[in-house]
Design a protein around this ligand. Structure first.
Ligand SMILES: Cc1ncc(COP(=O)(O)O)c(C=O)c1O
Length: 339
């Protein structure tokens, strides 16, 4: 099976497994796991942030960040496609008792102008207090669209001016960096919190790191414990993360190339009604009216390709570490020979 359902499906490579087996571990809830400590420091240094905290998932790092940057009755401003809103089970309400103001960005990307008009006036008891902006880069539902740092800079200035915190859901931040050529340290300057996933394009089996100031991370560790995310000998998992940062960042461009090759070869095929621009490793296309998405996915499964639906007529392919150039070509051949 060639599995394009998500970049989360990758299996650890031999090198990664060797790093995991030989990791030096301790009890991370006591702060004694040297591999976890090394991963947290390495990730924080990469982005020029003060501190990091290893968590089992990107959902947890996002939700902890939102908890750290809001008070109950506050409001979070984000795009209507945002993972923190759509795919984290309503966690903003459950964990932080905050409401959400949704914007309609360009493939998930919002601007300072859009945000400014939605910030509630301070001190008016009718309104929730606008306290946090969350950006996602790359944007999953935007078909892997990405912000450049130039586009984020005005949002950062607006947040500073209005006293709002700025958090980045960087589940695929390294894909954004690979596509834009921006530096990780630039991100560290602008964001109060960054969630970096190791288990998407970077190919680790588990884990995300929340980056922020030392003070924020100190509180974040309390929140992680409350959420049940304090892990013990987590260094076996952190070792995979360190390996991923050392070995799997440079190669992300290959995933982008494979996505582009697939997009180029399907855009004029009869079953494709429309294709979103492909900027990174995500391909989203709309099927023509005669094709039902569930049926299409089943048909491809019988031909050895796994992909996902993204709405009634929409299909998503995600390229990743476990998709080779040969498999990309095989996929193109299979798709071209379809109806
Ligand atoms: C944009 C985005 N943010 C956050 C997450 C959450 O990551 P996890 O599945 O590790 O909770 C995902 C997962 O796919 C994602 O696509």
């Amino acid at each position: 099976m060639i599995d394009f359902r998500s970049d989360t499906v990758t299996k650890p490579t031999e090198g990664m497994l060797a790093a995991m087996f030989t990791a030096k571990v301790g009890d991370d809830v006591f702060g004694e796991d040297e591999t976890v400590n090394a991963l947290e420091k390495k990730t924080a240094d990469l982005f020029g942030m003060e501190a990091g905290m290893f968590c089992p998932s990107g959902t947890m790092t996002n939700q902890i960040a939102i908890k750290c940057f809001t008070q109950p009755l506050d409001e979070v401003i984000t795009d209507q496609t945002a993972h923190v809103y759509r795919y984290e089970g309503g966690g903003i309400m459950f964990n932080s008792a905050a409401s959400v103001r949704l914007l309609n960005g360009d493939r998930g990307r919002i601007t300072a102008e859009m945000i400014e008009t939605e910030i509630n006036p301070i001190g008016n008891v009718h309104h929730p207090h606008s306290s946090l902006v969350v950006l996602e880069n790359t944007v999953n539902r935007g078909g892997g669209s990405f912000y450049t740092l130039d586009q984020i800079e005005p949002i950062y200035h607006l947040c500073r001016l209005k006293g709002l915190k700025l958090h980045l859901d960087g589940a695929r931040i390294f894909n954004a960096l690979a596509a834009s050529g921006d530096s990780a340290k630039g991100y560290g300057q602008y964001f109060d919190g960054i969630s970096v996933c190791l288990s998407k394009g970077l190919g680790a089996p588990v884990g995300s790191v929340l980056l922020a100031s030392k003070e924020t991370i100190k509180y974040a560790r309390r929140v992680r414990k409350v959420m049940g995310g304090g892990m013990r000998q987590a260094g076996f998992l952190a070792a995979a993360g360190i390996y991923a940062l050392d070995h799997h960042i440079e190669r992300l461009k290959e995933d982008h190339l494979h996505a582009q090759q697939i997009a180029d070869s399907i855009k004029n095929l009869p079953f494709v009604k429309g294709l979103m621009p492909v900027d990174t490793n995500i391909i989203i296309f709309e099927l023509n009216e005669q094709k039902d998405a569930d049926h299409f996915v089943e048909e491809l499964k019988h031909k050895g390709i796994l992909c996902g639906t993204f709405g009634k007529q929409m299909i998503r392919f995600v390229t990743h570490l476990d998709i080779t150039a040969d498999q990309t070509q095989q996929t193109i051949d299979i798709l071209k020979n379809k109806v």
